[in-house]
Design a protein around this ligand. Structure first.
Ligand code: ADP
Ligand code: ZN
Ligand code: ZN
Length: 743
């Protein structure tokens, strides 16, 4: 090349958009070449976006065709004076993008989800609800306004954040501000204090100490995975706190991942008791300002401990020394929207990249994890008994075929509780102890039908039945998938008969009705996710239970995780079979984990706990394993079944979901991509077939399932198959590697 042409200095940049490519930009003449990981602002198809410098040269552009011609090259607009994103963090993004078949831009976006870190305009106030007695008398309450009101009780948020949290438009929030229902509040900036490793010393039991020593030993010794497998109430938290203390003494950052719901209340209080200060937190219920400050402090190494939900995995740590995944089996670690990934699995990869230990804690580890223990890939530490005087609760099965509920009351079909459980409840109440009745189903009844003509209420946007909810101001039929709802009519829309509706099956509201009939004098509380409760309302309710201000609690899964109530001694599960119905490959596992967890709420202190599971299938392995407290029985049968079918972890799976508002378009595209599948030995492509939810939020949905042997490179196969497929407009294609949901 002639000397006259001075080539521009160029770098390749990842932009936070769903794009698989990196893009070349030139470095302005007067600037040094920014090092990889540097945050920059670049022009991108008419917009300005924040991107990350990935490589000094675009390695992909060795292939001459892909080189961006010098004349089209655009200059980087701003190079931010910020610590660059470390190589470890970038490697994690690359790995995740490859493994999950998500474009690198989408994954990178999660790593700097707080774009306004880079924009200087920082708001100084947010909105929070005022006193109820100050609300103008003539203020008109709509459903949307109520949602905003419920969601405005914790952190001050700006208008658009509050609107997003409540799921309404900003105009609704604006109207409430103008009416004086929401008040301005100056934002306090967050301060991160350093946890004190030896703030409180805890006496560990012999068994706990052995586990804690092993965990501490691994710190600073490179990559290792340890499963902390301990029964509910065995003190897993206390044990891994010791490992955190050790990491703190060595001035390392610690990441603790928790299911979102556990980040409220008890866990944080315990952390503060042990280490003197709160950890930095990361979850969806934070204001943008808190997120921004937290993100900055982490990349600047000013935060030592982060407790967060799955997205905390992609924060810009520079000095990570230990990762803990609590309740590692929890289904909420699998993100199902935007970028699909399993945070527990990626946490293990993060530990590997950083060459540090990771602890997976659970009372019922996932099957994948147990198989890794069997194969000696993971180390296992066992806590076999509850701490102190507490004993494991006794688990009893009630065979509902032999002890069905007795029909009583005006409405003869309102009973769902077996006489055996009712007797136990009476006894528990007479001992002045508490009862938890568990049913993982919101609302009053899951299905409403007309007894005359058989008509069933169905959602107009989805292929699902409407669920009856009885509110103070009337009965509604609600879709649990999309929120569509109608007032329950008086007459059947099909045959016009009046009073012909029959509510089929129970939801928590209906169980409450039965309890009100059976135990009119007991103090009762119902807790379910449709309370739309925020962190602070939730922790108030939990405190009421803790302080024994209620006798009977009826609740959905929201209650099962990690809570500790001293006087709760009886747990009744209304429909233990419910989770087995779905029939997907993890139905048995999920049911086992959920029932073990809810059972674990009983008798956590001196008083012995009892659990009663109402079931029509007392002989299936899940129920037998629970009754006999025999974890191994459960894992062994489950492993045998999965092996026989070559299901994960003994084979690989990817689900390909095709959706479109036009049924034929979706169907045709599904067949088209099936036809171009590169068939290979050891692979099998099932479908397309209509998804279980064949119609969801106005979209028709079809599924293909790719199943391969374990030694096949699934990712390479997906790339070969799908990279060059043109997705027609109006159609969406979504790849889910290691799918959990088949709905
Ligand atoms: P898990 O997470 O295994 O269900 P937790 O860590 O929540 O168990 O412990 C159960 C209860 O026992 C908690 O109230 C905890 O504070 C208490 N506990 C566990 N170990 C100890 C200990 N060594 N000293 C004092 N209290 C303990
Ligand atoms: Zn009818
Ligand atoms: Zn719907």
């Amino acid at each position: 090349m002639s000397e006259k042409y001075q080539l521009k200095k160029r770098v390749s940049v990842v932009v936070p958009l769903p794009l698989a490519k990196k893009y070349d930009y030139s470095v302005p003449q007067d600037q040094n070449i920014p090092q990889p990981g540097t945050f920059v602002r670049v022009p991108f198809s008419g917009q300005k976006v924040i991107g990350i410098v990935w490589d000094e040269e675009n390695t992909e552009s060795e292939n001459c065709k892909n080189i961006c011609p010098e004349s089209k090259l655009k200059d980087i607009e701003t190079i931010y004076d910020f610590p660059p994103l470390s190589k470890q963090n970038r490697d994690l993004i690359t790995w995740t993008s490859n493994y999950t078949y998500n474009p690198i831009g989408s994954v990178a976006k999660m790593a700097f989800s707080v774009e306004d870190v880079f924009l200087k305009q920082e708001e100084t106030y947010g909105y929070i609800r005022g006193n109820e007695d100050e609300i103008p008398k003539n203020f008109k309450w709509t459903e949307a306004r109520q949602k905003v009101f419920i969601n405005s009780d914790s952190n001050p948020l700006n208008m658009s954040e509050l609107a997003r949290k409540a799921g309404v438009s900003s105009a609704v929030v604006k109207g409430m501000v103008e009416a004086g229902v929401l008040k301005k509040q100056i934002l306090k900036s967050v301060k991160f204090e350093n946890p004190i490793s030896d703030f409180k010393n805890v006496d560990l039991s012999e068994e706990q100490k052995k586990c804690a020593d092993e965990l501490c030993n691994d710190i600073g010794k490179g990559f290792s995975v340890t499963v902390l497998n301990g029964v509910t109430g065995s003190g897993k938290t206390e044990v891994y706190f010791e490992a955190i203390a050790k990491a703190l003494r060595e001035h390392k950052q610690v990441l603790i991942m928790l299911p979102e719901i556990s980040l409220t209340g008890q866990w944080l209080r315990r952390f503060k008791e042990r280490f003197g200060v709160m950890p930095a937190q990361w979850h969806s219920d934070l204001s943008m300002m808190v997120k921004r400050e937290t993100w900055k402090s982490i990349i600047n190494n000013e935060v030592q401990v982060v407790a967060g939900a799955r997205s905390a995995l992609f924060l810009p740590y520079n000095n990570l020394g230990l990762i803990i995944v609590d309740e590692e089996h929890d289904a909420s670690y699998k993100q199902e929207d935007m970028v699909l990934y399993q945070a527990r699995d990626i946490a293990v990869v993060r530990a590997k990249i950083s060459n540090i230990p990771i602890i997976l804690a659970s009372a019922t580890p996932s099957l994948e994890t147990m198989v890794n223990v069997q194969n000696k890939k993971y180390k296992e530490l066992i806590l076999s008994s509850r701490f102190g005087q507490a004993q494991m609760p006794k688990i009893n099965l009630i065979d509902m075929r032999r002890f069905p509920p007795i029909k009583y009351g005006e409405n003869k079909n309102m009973s769902f509780i077996s006489p055996i459980l009712i007797d136990q409840m009476k006894e528990t109440l007479s001992n002045n102890e508490q009862i938890l009745l568990f049913l993982n189903r919101r609302g009053y009844a899951p299905l409403v039908l007309c007894r005359k003509c058989g008509f069933r209420f169905q959602c107009k946007n989805c292929s699902s039945w409407l669920v009856e909810h009885r509110y103070k101001n009337g009965t509604q039929l609600v879709c649990h998938h999309c929120g569509y709802h109608i007032d329950k009519p008086c007459a059947c829309p099909e045959c016009n008969s009046e009073d012909s509706f029959s509510a089929c099956g129970p939801g928590v509201e209906r169980i409450m009705e039965e309890i009100n009939f059976l135990f009119p004098d007991a103090r009762k509380l119902s807790i379910s996710t449709d309370l739309n409760a925020t962190a602070s309302t939730m922790s108030n309710l939990m405190k009421q239970i803790y302080d024994h201000e209620v006798d009977i609690i009826v609740g959905t899964q929201i209650l099962t995780k990690g809570h500790h109530f001293p006087d709760l001694t009886l747990v009744g599960v209304i429909d233990a079979d419910l989770g087995l119905l779905g029939g997907d490959l993890r139905a048995g596992e999920r049911t086992y984990q959920m029932l073990d967890q809810v059972s674990g709420r009983a008798g956590r202190e001196k008083k012995l706990g009892q659990v009663f599971l109402q079931t029509y299938n007392p002989d299936v392995p899940v129920m037998q394993a629970l009754q006999n407290s025999d974890k191994n029985l459960f894992y062994e049968t489950e492993i045998t079944d999965r092996k026989a079918l070559s299901y994960p972890p003994f084979g690989k799976l990817a689900s390909i979901l095709i959706s479109s508002p036009k049924d034929l378009l979706a169907q045709k595209f599904a067949v088209d991509i099936k036809n171009v599948f590169p068939k290979k030995v050891g692979t099998r492509l099932l479908g397309p077939s209509a998804a279980q939810m064949a119609y969801l939020r106005n979209l028709y949905r079809y599924r293909l399932l790719l199943q391969t042997k374990k030694d096949i490179n699934l990712q390479a196969l997906l790339h070969e198959w799908l990279d060059n497929v043109k997705v027609p407009s109006g159609v969406q294609l979504r790849v889910d590697v290691d799918p959990y949901s088949f709905g």
